[in-house]
Design a binder for this molecule. Structure first.
Ligand code: XIL
Length: 302
């Protein structure tokens, strides 16, 4: 049994989970979420298709419910996400040129203004690179080439000057072509005075595949003058033991703790019951809310 909770140990870094408001009525879900974590990220409720399903028709109810839950429980709240190629409603995908640009800016302005004062950090742009480091073909890149990135950060900063503004991606946890491209972009944006304050490393990982240079890679980003965070951690068991999974969770927490400027770790859903990973068991709690060895290992590492 567990003597204390994650958040009781999270003095140097925050420890968060992605949450969904639909599950808050499940009392085991909400009590573990409130007891363990001091940060949350709405799993889907701040994405474009959720907040602006048709033009100018904003639907903030489900996200507001999570913000309220977070505030009642002393949690930081990470906003996720403003500009992404996925979960974009079809009314947006049909736009182009100046109309699309104005739509992007007014979406960012409206959403960031609505949550102003309650969001610790925004994932302003998400998943803009391919594995080879080129820009992903997307509505945004195909219309504006690279300029949408700086424009999105500027619009977010204008709407909430206090929020930390992040770029977020996956498969950037180690040194490779994709993380090199991300590094070069952050360096360029910083040199241009674009208001970027952090880099999010999603970290959808698997046992046996925790990068050995994770901390070194995080540190080269903090050397650019930005914070880093692990934003969407889950670790597939990958046919290995729960103890091996626990060791992998511990390793990732320690990687963050070893880097000045690594501000926190967010798990992308704490229970297998509702995890977006359905092909494996990747969370610290199983689908019956039983703590796996990962829970004690994370606690010990914090
Ligand atoms: C996922 C959610 O967990 C799912 O519920 C949804 O169906 C799809 O999106 N990268 C991200 C997250 O930045 O927003 C994604 O979340 C997982 C991958």
């Amino acid at each position: 049994s567990i003597a204390a909770h994650f958040k009781d140990h999270a003095n140097k870094i925050y420890i968060g989970s992605a949450l969904a408001p639909d599950h808050l009525s499940d009392s085991q879900y909400s009590s573990i979420a409130a007891a363990e974590f001091n940060s949350l990220t709405p799993e889907n409720e701040m994405k474009w298709d959720a907040v602006e399903p048709s033009q100018g028709n904003y639907n903030y109810g489900p996200a507001d419910q999570l913000v309220q839950f977070g505030q009642q429980n002393g949690m930081k709240i990470r906003g996720h996400t403003l500009v992404w190629h996925s979960q974009v409603p079809s009314w947006v995908s049909g736009l182009s040129g100046d109309t699309l640009h104005q739509t992007m800016i007014s979406h960012i302005t409206n959403v960031v203004t609505h949550f102003k004062g309650s969001i610790y950090a925004w994932d302003v742009v998400n998943e803009i690179f391919n594995e080879d480091g080129s820009y992903r073909s997307s509505l945004w890149y195909n219309n504006f080439q690279t300029s949408f990135v700086a424009d999105a950060f500027q619009a977010a900063a204008a709407a909430d000057p206090s929020a930390k503004l992040y770029i977020n991606d996956y498969n950037v946890e180690y040194t490779n072509a994709k993380s090199n491209a991300l590094y070069n972009l952050v360096k360029e944006l910083k040199s241009q005075g674009v208001p970027i304050h952090g880099v999010g490393f999603q970290s959808h990982l698997a046992v046996g595949q925790i990068p050995s240079d994770f901390a070194t890679n995080l540190a080269r980003f903090t050397a650019l003058g930005v914070d880093v965070a692990i934003t969407e951690l889950d670790i597939k068991q990958n046919g290995q033991s729960q103890d091996a999974q626990a060791a992998a969770y511990s390793e990732v927490i320690k990687d963050c703790l070893s880097v000045n400027g690594c501000v926190g770790v967010t798990i992308w859903g704490f229970t297998d019951k509702y995890s977006w990973i359905s092909s494996d068991t990747a969370c610290p709690w199983d689908s019956n809310y039983q703590a796996k060895p990962a829970v004690a290992a994370i606690e010990a590492a914090l």
